[in-house]
Every structure is written in C-alpha cells, then in structure tokens.
Design a protein around this ligand. Sequence first.
Ligand code: SF4
Length: 279
Amino acid sequence: MNSARSLQERVQNAFASAPQSASAKIDPDELAGSSADTYRDLDLAQRVAAIRNIVRGRVVFTTSFGIEDQAIAHAIFTQALVIDVVTLDTGRLFPETYELWARTERRYRHRIHAYCPDSAGVEGLVIRQGINGFYTSLEARQACCATRKLEPLQRAIAGATAWITGLRADQSDERAATTFAAVHPYYRLIKVNPLFDWTRERVLSFIREHGIPYNSLHDHGFTSIGCAPCTRAIAAGEPERAGRWWWEHEHKECGLHRRRDAEVSVQPQADAATGAAEP
Ligand code: SF4
C-alpha cells in the first residue's frame, strides 16, 4: 500500500497529467480509503479530472440538474472528460427540469443519456397504488421511488468503477457524513462526491461565475428539486431539503443516497466489506 503522502502527490499530479492518462491510475479501494484532506486544495475542475485520471474503467455521473449537478456537468463537459453523464427520467419531472435538460445539452453540445423506468414496472405500480399513490403511505412512496428511480439507477451504473454524485455534507443531517469517496458495498463501486465540502452559497457563486444554466424554479424558492408532485418551495428558515416529500416528517431521501447500512464511508484501516445489501 502506498503511503497517504504518495497518494496525495499522485492525486495532485493526476489533474496535471494528460486527460485520461493511463499512468496515474490507482486502486479504487485506495481512492475510497484516502483522506478527504487529499482533495481539499483542488478546485472542482481539478477534482473531477483527478477522478477520471486515477480511476480505471467506466465512470458515471448521475445528474438531476440541480445546481450541484450543473456545476459538475460543467466541469466534465468543458474538460471533455470521458465520463458518462446520465439522468434518471422518472416521468414525473417538472417542465422546467426538462427545459433545463435541453438547454444544458445545447450549451455543451453533449447528449445526456436518459434511463427511464421499466414500463411494465410503472404500469404495475399505477395499477396497485394509483397514479399519485405515493401520498398515501411511506411504503407506497418508497415503492414509487424504487420503480421510477432505483431500478433505472441500477442499470445506469451497471459495470461502472466509480459513480460521481453532487452530494454535499451540509445539505442535511442524513448527508452530514458525506466524504470525498466511499465504497458502496451493494453496488460494488466507489461513490465519489466532489462537492462534499462545498456550501450551497459556494455552488451558487460557481454557477454565477461561469454562467452555468440552472433550473428557473430555484428563483422561486425551490432549493432542492426532484419529481414535481413530491417537491415544493421552502419557506424562509426551512432546511434546504424541507420541500422534498414535505408531507413526510423524517424521510428526505428517495433511496438513491440513503446511507443506511448499504454505504460505509471508508477511512484508512476501515473495513469496506461490512454493510448489508440494499433492498
Ligand atoms: S419522488 Fe415522488 S414521483 Fe418521484 S419516484 Fe419518488 S415518489 Fe415517485
């Protein structure tokens, strides 16, 4: 095992080397076990480029077109990194989100691959619980998220070595432990969060500085945007994710990023093999 110092040097060198350089690759477990301090001094473009340079195999970035995802997409597209940029089209997104999706493709001249729910799965879901059955119980809501989000996600990240997300640690208590990289035992890949230590204000500043397109709903009190029937604007002083599944009081995750037992943040010497399978 290389020392943390040598890893830091290689990460620092990775973004400076030629794009997609094969010479800078490191073991995925080494990436997941590395200290978050290794990456703190890198800007966003450097962090994303470093991920591509040091990870072997397919790297996937899932965007839901929030401000964090738009910032990461900008970093990927403007550096022409070989990273698959994909989205999960639940079929229930806001018109404004579809408009932003098209605008983003035009801006960067790059198609964003949509993964849609299995049609038979959606038909069965709607027969069982109705078109808006997710309002009736936590179980019904989770069943909808499983059908419209989790199943497409599993296809989107199949075969990937690393999965890039826009998670920030200060988005919610549930995300407070988010670090730069962690092993996801269920999906058997490295989940990388290049904005783990950024604040919402810093992301907004980055968006403004680079003229990055963003969802117009953000100008109307929508701080976190998901499916239309499950998202509302927040009032002043409410937590950032209070508008998601607002009729539920505790659950503010759809399952894509819930830590539960399925994801274990790995620090050096930690055991990455622990953790139960995701249902
Ligand atoms: S956020 Fe709402 S509409 Fe979207 S998949 Fe989950 S329950 Fe279904």
